[in-house]
Design a protein around this ligand. Sequence first.
Ligand code: PEP
Ligand code: MN
Length: 338
Amino acid sequence: MIIVTKPEATEEQIDHIIERIAEWGFKTDVSRGAMRTVIGVIGEEGAIREKPIAAIAGVESVTPVLKPYKLVAREFRGGNDSVVKIGGVAIGGPEIVIMSGPCSVENREQITSIAADIKSAGAKVLRGGAFKPRTSPYAFQGLGLEGLKLLAEAREVTGLPVITEIMDTKDLEMIEQYADCLQIGARNMQNFSLLKEVGRSKLPVMLKRGMSATIKDLLMSAEYILSEGNFNVLLCERGIRTFETYTRNTLDLNAVPVLKAETHLPVVVDPTHGVGLREHIGAMALAAVAAGADALMVEVHNSPELAKSDGEQALLPQEFADLVARVKKVAEAVGRSV
Ligand code: PEP
Ligand code: MN
């Protein structure tokens, strides 16, 4: 349910509305605008509807969110964009944020050297997998705790905040000690117990679209995280399975404007997994920025032929630096910066 206050509502009236809602046992999410304040009421819709909210002084309107997703719906925040912070890096504002790093953390030399390279090229967040969801159980599964420690060391040296994938609820406490943002991978987009668990975390969460998930499925999964209290969620388009086999996946850039219209949450595009072929990743990164993405995630490796995962789609550090320069130009053309 969304409450919009009258333009002339006083601060005292707004505080009173929030207190009354709390007394009724519901939570609130408050977005203050220049003219009106929008108060999203969090709780069971039927129970909220029974309360005489419209009778409280200062309330202009009380409207139910008619979509199946409520808290992620754009109208829940009065049409405003949410800005989500990873460490000190804001995503969802005017600046387009580039996150980069290897698919997997492999050893100290590899992660520190790539972290330094991507930082000097302009990346603001370091990515690296310590727990890897691999199709084959015989493929490299990630360094686990050792990988997390190496990521934290690379953050120490470069100052870049770290995002890394969580695959299992039992690892949350450990990952929270080392990472600045949790990634839920495509294969776990509908792992509802994992979504609820990260919904109770203090860390922001980047939720990747499942490879056969619709945009609505993605939004419903995000709703699970917000419904547990964590509003710091990023949505990531990373390609879906289609009949096309030339590329690894089909990067669904339609999802970018659709998500921007449907939700207040920031939208990230991962052209690396979306395309899967090094030579075409740059073009799709530029297209994603033109389409309105708030952030990009691009895999980089200093020796792709030796990479333990996804080497064929990793850019070399110099290719990445060249791409960042081109991303800057497109960002400026669409009124953003990098
Ligand atoms: C990754 O980011 O390395 C990854 C495994 O991505 P996805 O879950 O999108 O396949
Ligand atoms: Mn990968």
